[in-house]
Design a protein around this ligand. Structure first.
Ligand SMILES: *[C@@H]1O[C@H](CO)[C@@H](O)[C@H](O)[C@H]1NC(C)=O
Ligand SMILES: *[C@@H]1O[C@H](CO)[C@@H](O)[C@H](O)[C@H]1NC(C)=O
Ligand SMILES: *[C@@H]1O[C@H](CO)[C@@H](O)[C@H](O)[C@H]1NC(C)=O
Length: 471
């Protein structure tokens, strides 16, 4: 569950206090001076027609928005979507509602029908309003400023490219479109002013295989004008860096135990390090009906790599290294070398099938390159043995032929018997001959160097390409 902001919390307790006294029908009762004021707006002035938009000068009715991200997670590559819960506050001015109260903020009964800005989340797959139906969502001030605070549970689509998987970074976003000439802009609605940025997050509630590295909150104009079709221009942008939000992940438990402490509040109302830019946008002035404003929250995500490192990269590296042991085993030990070779190839295949289980895409991902390379290394080690063994066999036959020949020669007595010492020397040379590295052994010896070197070179290239790409 989320912890509401301080101001908002006061309001909520106020509302629940009101619910306890359901018999209080006094419409605009005087404030009885204590903390609990029991007013609630149940009846609107006769002249008020909720189907009519507040009358204002000019085209745009300004609607200032702020959001508190209560939950973020369930980013799925299979379905290309993610889930986010947020509390959205909207503030606008409705002159018809001025002077209804002497208090700062008067809650509006949920049964009262009032004009609300027509907004729509654009890229959602599913959307639930998590605020209970009878719960108060609106407050009116004496000046006629209205605040609407609603909680949404959203599942939104997010197109991801997985070329760099699992070193990839993604940007997912949710978009809110405003219709009927309302000008949506990120700002500071009165009832959500506990922070310095319009979009804040509960950093203890990020549940994802991604790290949220930052968010960008944009306000922009979309246009249907033939001259500037598509996205028009961005008139304000807040960018917040969330790199140090990981500290809050560990304080989740702490916050469950002692909510409200300063440390917890820092995480529950996490702002990050922010910067903002505003820009003049000509499209706003055209007054043309073929433009509307949108708000966007971009979530900048960077995949948490440790899991994949431990599950894929480290095991497959060990398998590749294991396959090299073969080069140190005697060539004659056929079962040992064949077993090792087949074992490493099979283990690598199992490993690769695990990477495919993650998701199916039509292009090559970083992990695929890694797996294929490892398979290649392991497979080549096995092939190397086949080649070495062939050489070894050939040499063995040759040598036994030579030895046979020499034995025959000595038996025939071509060497004179009166030089036994030299004969012995010749014998020694011949027996030494066995320990001079043969071609087969040379192959093994070279491979002991070449395979690790190639693997190191491959690693250097691989990590340089993907890590420099990512970070
Ligand atoms: C509100 O205005 C609409 C048309 O603008 C009208 O049909 C409706 O009767 C009005 N409602 C009231 C309660 O006056
Ligand atoms: C509200 O009251 C103030 C003074 O108390 C007055 O100046 C203002 O015009 C009133 N507004 C409306 C819409 O009645
Ligand atoms: C933009 O940032 C400056 C300081 O960095 C701050 O004073 C100002 O209020 C911010 N504006 C908005 C619209 O957030």
């Amino acid at each position: 569950m989320w912890a509401p902001g301080k101001d908002f919390f006061v309001l909520l307790s106020l509302v629940s206090a009101l619910r306890c006294r359901a018999d209080t029908i006094s419409e605009f009762a005087e404030d009885d001076d204590d903390d609990h004021n029991h007013e609630i707006l149940r009846v609107l002035p006769n002249t008020y027609n909720w189907t009519h938009r507040p009358r204002i000068r000019g085209r745009w009715l300004d609607v200032t928005c702020a959001a508190h991200i209560l939950n973020f997670g369930a980013v799925s590559e299979q379905t290309m979507d993610f889930e986010v819960s947020l509390q959205l506050a909207q503030e606008w001015r409705d002159p018809r509602l001025a002077n209804l109260t002497q208090n700062a903020w008067l809650p509006v009964d949920a049964s009262v029908q009032m004009w609300k800005p027509h907004v729509d989340f654009a890229n959602t797959k599913s959307l639930d309003i998590a605020t209970a139906e009878e719960e108060t969502t609106m407050w009116v001030s004496q000046e006629g400023i209205v605040n609407l605070i609603v909680r949404y549970d959203i599942k939104a689509s997010c197109q991801m490219t997985l070329h760099a998987f699992p070193m990839d970074q993604q940007i997912c976003h949710i978009r809110l479109d405003g219709f009927d000439d309302i000008r949506l802009e990120w700002g500071f609605p009165s009832l959500m002013t506990m922070n310095t940025v319009p979009v804040i997050s509960d950093a203890t509630a990020f549940h994802s295989q991604f790290k949220l590295t930052g968010i960008t909150a944009k306000s922009y104009v979309t246009s249907f004008l033939p001259s500037v079709p598509g996205k028009g221009c961005t008139f304000s942008e807040h960018t917040c860096d969330y790199t140090d939000s990981d500290v809050c992940q560990t304080s989740t438990k702490l916050c469950a135990e002692e909510a409200g402490s300063e440390e917890c509040d820092k995480c529950v109302f996490y702002t990050g390090i922010c910067a903002n830019t505003t820009k003049h946008c000509e499209l706003l002035d055209t007054g043309d009906k073929s433009t509307y404003t949108s708000l966007e929250i971009q979530f900048h995500l960077s995949r948490r790599f440790a899991y994949h490192l431990m599950q894929m990269y480290v095991p497959s590296t060990f398998i590749v290294i294991m396959s090299w042991i073969s080069f140190w085993i005697e060539i004659g030990a056929v079962p040992a070398r064949v077993c090792l070779g087949v074992l490493t190839v099979l283990t690598m295949t199992t490993q690769s099938s695990r990477s495919h289980a993650m998701q199916e895409v039509s292009y090559v991902r970083a992990i695929d390159i890694w797996i294929v390379a490892c398979q290649l290394f392991v497979f080549t080690a096995l092939v190397e043995y086949a080649v070495t063994y062939r050489f070894w066999l050939a040499q063995k036959n040759d040598r036994s032929a030579i030895i046979d020949m020499e034995v025959k020669l000595t038996e025939n007595g071509t060497s004179p018997d009166h030089r036994p010492i030299e004969m012995n020397g010749a014998h020694d040379k011949r027996s030494n001959c066995k320990f001079i590295p043969t071609a087969a052994q040379n192959i093994d010896r070279v491979c002991r160097m070449v395979f690790p070197t190639m693997f190191v070179l491959f690693n250097i290239t691989y990590w340089t390409v993907y890590l420099s790409d990512g970070v």
